[in-house]
Design a protein around this ligand. Sequence first.
Ligand code: AMO
Length: 438
Amino acid sequence: MKIYAKELKQHLNEEIEFSGFVDSIRDLQWVQFIILRDSTGKVQVTIEKSEEKNKELVDLVSSLPVESTVKVTGKLLDSPKVKLNGMELIPTNIEITSKSNNELPFNYKKIDGVNLDTRLDYRFIDLRSDANILLFQVQSLLVKYIREYLYQNDFTEIHTPKFIATASESGAEVFEVKYFDNKAYLAQSPQFYKQMAMASGFSKIFEVAPCFRAENSNTSRHATEFTSFDVEFSYIDSYEDVMNLEAEMLTYALTKVKEEYGTKIKETFGEEIIVPTLPFPVMKLSDVYQELETRYNYKVAPEEKTDLTTEAERLVYKLAKEKFNHEFMFVVDYPADKRAFYHMRDENGTLQGYDLIWRGVEITSGAQREHRYEQICANAESKGLKEDVKFYLEFFKYGCPPHGGFAIGVDRLTMLLLNINSIKETEFLFRGPSRLTP
Ligand code: AMO
């Protein structure tokens, strides 16, 4: 029976089959120790050289390159003296299921000093490290618990097309693709379609899917393709309902991730998972700038104050901790003319939208949407968009409830949770302006 590393404890003193990578080999005078690993853990295989019946195994192991894969059958013994989990596998047979080259392109267990591009070129090897396997287990868990929260609250997962005919965010950032005799674009966001679901009466939906942005920016937080967790729901009274749902959702997911992986994350990444308290603090953009100036002497030109600069985002983390003893901060009251046309403005022209900043980085944009037909048409027109978004404007013509939503970047979320330097390391395969392979 095939056993995974994490199940081994239940099979002591049994004949088992274990398959995995050869993590390391110690070939001593009297004994060979082989450490095998699968994605759930490691086990030691012990071969006594003096035993005649082991001769073939000893020969095989002495020329076995590490990182080969093997299938081992044998007896699993309870051996308290063995440092690795107090057990060892005494093999009767070892089958090499694939042989690795002796020389790896780099040592994925010692990445200090290894160029990140080399690691990304050989991402399949880079991902073999314990830290990287944990990283993607944590990312998977985060997504699982965000989903779980939404399912518990009657949301339906939908899947919207990624070939689109018009840009949803702003014209400059789309990738154009040839679509038979026409042009199409890769979706920057499911924005229009999640709103369409509201017009279709779905009430509560979400989607986890790729977004494509033709942003030629080489920063630690931008990718040309990233995974977006998009949420949209109806019958809200204000964008505060949207912020509240998001804060609750994140708190739920972080609580669960901490319960399941908190200790491992602390051991591997040195990061404590801090479960936030509700409600999350909220500040107006203009107040943020004012406080950054008085507290930290951070000054920017008035024309830059229409959005948070990268440095201001970083300082918002400091401010959130000092002022509210919190890791998160919602920033509201962005100038309406600088934000997407689908955000609602109130009767004074104040934007009914927000950004969420976590640990110094924007992780979310959200808003109540403009659902009134005349008003959304006027908003689109003011951005010179009317013809392009004609199909979208139709959604609001035949009844559409008040609604709002938000999007969280999953890769950024993982980066901040584990205090990883760059989004390049939290995407399974990073896509950036100068990276399309592997
Ligand atoms: P926005 O453009 O702010 O909003 O994107 C939402 C979130 O997606 C992530 N993100 C990115 N992650 C990696 N690389 C990028 N280039 C990148 N761009 C964005 C961030 C960001 O906060 N339609 C709206 C959302 C809404 O209102 O529902 C939108 O796309 O975490």
